[in-house]
Design a protein around this ligand. Structure first.
Ligand SMILES: Cc1cc2nc3c(=O)[nH]c(=O)nc-3n(C[C@H](O)[C@H](O)[C@H](O)COP(=O)(O)OP(=O)(O)OC[C@H]3O[C@@H](n4cnc5c(N)ncnc54)[C@H](O)[C@@H]3O)c2cc1C
Length: 350
């Protein structure tokens, strides 16, 4: 019989990150599908009690915690030591965690220590005849594979946004606290603060319902033979402000800055979607002034409802990969859209 361990960090406010609740939903469903295999919760953080209480009704037989100030910060040495200790204490054969930057960095090393195997980018799973199969992506989300493994423990990192979150159920949970001796020198890394753009300047919003993809067309000469960068900036910024959408970009657009050309000032390579960028999972997507294959085939392949605005009716990627293509001038469409959104929100026009 398998033993399923759900592993998560605890946020400073005692909650679990949204992606962790998806991993918990997966762990619980997998345990049920494997004939009600034992489920164990493992929590790492300053304090685990309140997080355990929030998920007390998940059906776990044990709640294990590695707690204390040394475990409140993401740091390879302490996180790996904590995860290893929890896995051993739980005698876990399958470990499910969210594919956050924290666990993506740590769990492959823990799998190595425990002579297990790890799979990242899990987006689906099934149990057939008592055997767990998982679906994952390779090669920058271009190839999908379905696989099973005999080696244990098997570490599975679930791609955020791909699984239903466990709906919750609080109660009483008794956390067994595990002592973890920190390896020498493991506290050399200390988080002394977080530098992040102000909320308004932050254009990457994984939790947004809508992704706006901006292409290089925004910087190209328009019908009047001129470029309209300031207007493009204003239209995109206004749209993001009004909708709280996330901003993705084509590679061509973010690469322009490296070539010393006029660019949209708020874009960085972190905005890039596609084969060499990210593959976000928003509910809806709107591509504007964008022609490329990669942003359309890879960049928004996980977006459920896709629309594009392009002047070119023959843009094969926009036409082939969008549910709706508006053959129109994105400057005009976005200006009209922003005016409607402004009107809807009751904000003054501008
Ligand atoms: C190995 C490799 C990896 C790559 N990886 C990526 C990747 O990860 N992500 C990525 O994005 N690209 C990637 N690329 C580049 C990709 O192939 C394209 O070159 C790029 O995406 C094109 O960017 P674009 O569509 O913004 O610009 P363009 O190709 O210049 O298209 C601009 C579009 O804007 C339209 N347009 C102009 N004005 C308007 C207007 N007023 N209204 C409406 N539409 C307008 C035009 O009709 C045109 O279709 C990769 C390429 C290679 C070789």
């Amino acid at each position: 019989m398998e033993t399923i361990l759900f592993l998560s960090e605890v946020e400073a406010d005692g909650t679990l990150p949204p992606a962790a609740l998806e991993a918990l939903g997966t762990a619980k469903s997998v345990a049920t599908a494997l004939g009600n295999a034992p489920l164990v919760v493992g929590l790492v953080g300053e304090n685990a009690q309140s997080a355990a209480g929030r998920i007390a009704a998940c059906g776990a037989g044990r709640f294990l915690g590695v707690v204390g100030p040394a475990f409140s910060q993401p740091r390879y040495a302490s996180d790996a030591a904590a995860a290893e200790t929890i896995c051993r204490a739980a005698q876990a054969t399958i470990v499910v965690a969210a594919a956050t930057s924290r666990w993506n960095r740590v769990l492959p090393g823990v799998a190595q220590r425990l002579q297990g195997r790890v799979d990242t980018h899990m987006t689906g799973w099934a149990v057939k005849d008592g055997v767990l199969f998982l679906t994952r992506w390779y090669y920058r989300q271009r190839m999908e594979a379905v696989l099973q493994r005999a080696q244990r423990p098997w570490f599975i990192l679930t791609d955020p946004g791909s699984q239903p979150a466990w709906p919750g159920g609080a109660g009483q949970a008794a956390v067994e606290t595990l002592a973890v001796p920190l390896p020498e020198g493991s506290q050399r890394t200390t988080v002394i603060g977080v530098q992040a753009p102000a909320a308004e300047a932050q254009t990457i919003r994984p939790d947004a319902k809508l992704l706006l993809v901006a292409g290089a067309g925004w910087t190209k000469k328009q019908a009047d033979g001129q470029t309209h960068l300031p207007e493009a900036e204003r239209l995109i910024r206004d749209f993001l402000r009004l909708t709280r959408a996330s901003l993705g970009s084509s590679k061509s657009l973010v690469d322009l800055s490296g070539e010393g050309q006029a660019v949209l000032s708020f874009l960085t390579h972190l905005n890039q979607v596609g084969q060499t960028g990210s593959t976000p999972r928003h509910l809806k997507g709107l591509a504007t002034c964008c022609h490329g294959e990669e942003p359309h085939t890879v960049g928004w392949r996980f977006i459920s409802e896709r629309r594009a605005i392009n002047l070119d009716p023959n843009c094969g990627w926009a036409r082939g990969k969008a549910d709706v293509l508006y053959v129109a001038d994105a400057f005009a469409v976005m200006a009209k859209l922003n005016a409607l959104l402004n009107h809807q929100s009751g904000a003054p026009q501008g």
